[in-house]
Write a protein of this length. Sequence first.
Lengths: 207, 392
Amino acid sequence: MLDPLATDSAPPITRLVEAFHRLPGIGPKSAQRLAYHVLRAPAAEAHALADALVAVKEQIVLCAHCQNVAEQNPCRICQDTGRDRTVVCVVEEPLDVVAIERTHGFRGLFHVLHGVISPSDNVGPEDIKIAELLARLRDVDTEVTEVIVATNPNLEGEATAMYISRLLRPLGIRVTRLASGLPAGADLEYADNLTLGRALEFRQEVR
Amino acid sequence: MRLSHLALTHVRSFEHLDMDFEPGVHVVYGENGSGKTNLLEAIALLSTARRARAGRDGELISWTALAEDPLPAAQLSARIDGAAGSTTLDITVMTRAVRDAGTASTEPPAASRRFRVNGVARRASDLIGRLRTVLFSVDDVGLVDGAPAARRRFLDVTISQLEPLYVRALQRYGRVLVQRNSLLKRLQERRGDAGELDFWDQEAATAGAVLVRARAELLSRLDELASDSHRDLSTKGEQLRIAYEPALPDDLREGLCEPGLDSRLAAMFRATRPLDIRRAMTLHGPHRDDIAMLLDGHAAGSFASRGEQRTLALALRLGEVALSRERTGDAPVLLLDDVLSELDVRRRARVVAAAYEVDQVFITTPDEDRPRIEELPGARRYALEGGTLTPR
Ligand SMILES: [Zn+2]
């Protein structure tokens, strides 16, 4: 910590300020404000926060099928017998699953990559869940005939989509991409329901 | 076209400037350090969405705002009237994070920009070229004797104002290049597979073809227009030739405007992979382009005198003005940043003549006598002092 105020504080406070500061989007000032808020708050509130933090690490697992974060393995969606098992929608992040589920326009299964190919961030194909996707589709019991690659419509999302489609084409699986209704550079997570629903409905085959 | 209204808030030395401008010649008198250059660069920024010189965006925000505002921001607004009607442009440059009290730093803060066209939030590429300007600066001699980057910058600033697609391609090419070079580095370190280059090679070729074609077209016409200007300006009557020097293998340097350039570039990026991987960098492509400038067949950067180089730079700018008008049917706004005082009477007369051929021109000078009032009939004059522009 560079902040002189924090280093002068008692060690437990400094530790908490530093922990908050490590979170994305939290600057030193905000970290300090949060830490002092917790300090002033009733003990129950602090315990609730601590419990929630621990629970998310202890009770959340990755679903071995779709790689999504879940409370059980397989996850609720993978277990749901009412879902269409012939279509898999590949997304970058767990939040994208939430966004697509909210549209109620998709009844298939998901696969979460946990990232996109981006050499400048030192992320190659082996660093995201592409091998897991391939293994899943090569499984003799698979019913999947179509994979919708719903990575974001930016450079890295497109690079990832193309990489995946190259891998899947030899397997005889139809690979599609969301229709271009999403503005270029947009984030799936922030797309509104109608736009995302239409993008799914009018998806196009990857050349 | 003309700039009919300009408002600057917390922009460098301008805390609050709000002015209407008529068509015609505007002369701004100000001592060195009065902010004359800041004024013209602010207008140029509204035109090109990029800084006229290298530097961090945070430098655009005035020191007062940085010292006193919790969220310091610079605001630039303009109304443009031209053949396409009336348009308003806004650029906001804001610091990215609240500055912590007590951490005063001499470094300008990191900043981000927001753009509006007619009040609607837009991308930079939608704003660029709504106001077209040609900025003449004493630094222009760097176009002749400076590094190739200065000449690529000239190409980018000039073409961006004329072709919105060029701006998109330029941004995309830049991003693709960063990714491709990072991947080359990974491959050099024997991580990953060369097949991962397929996507980046194709994207570099698609965006790169837009850049190469536009540059080839522009320079082939600018060669004629700048040579014409140069003939008027030079005393010795040397012949100026300018030519595109694309950073491409010899067999690709011809026929740049013929169809299929993108697939030829894709094949090139593919063919140069082994060498690119060994060097961990993309060795060919528009990011390494240059312009050759020859006076009677000799490279002007190394053989011409200082005076000849200045004349050449001036000819390039005048050629740019002619080209901008020719392409759009609407003359750009001229920004002459203290360039008249260094010219002799004859060259000054030639530039002043060009100033009267466009709808609007802004001239800065520290010197009451250069240009003399009688050289600029009908000009509106202003004094710039303490961030205030006063008609006089
Ligand atoms: Zn699952």
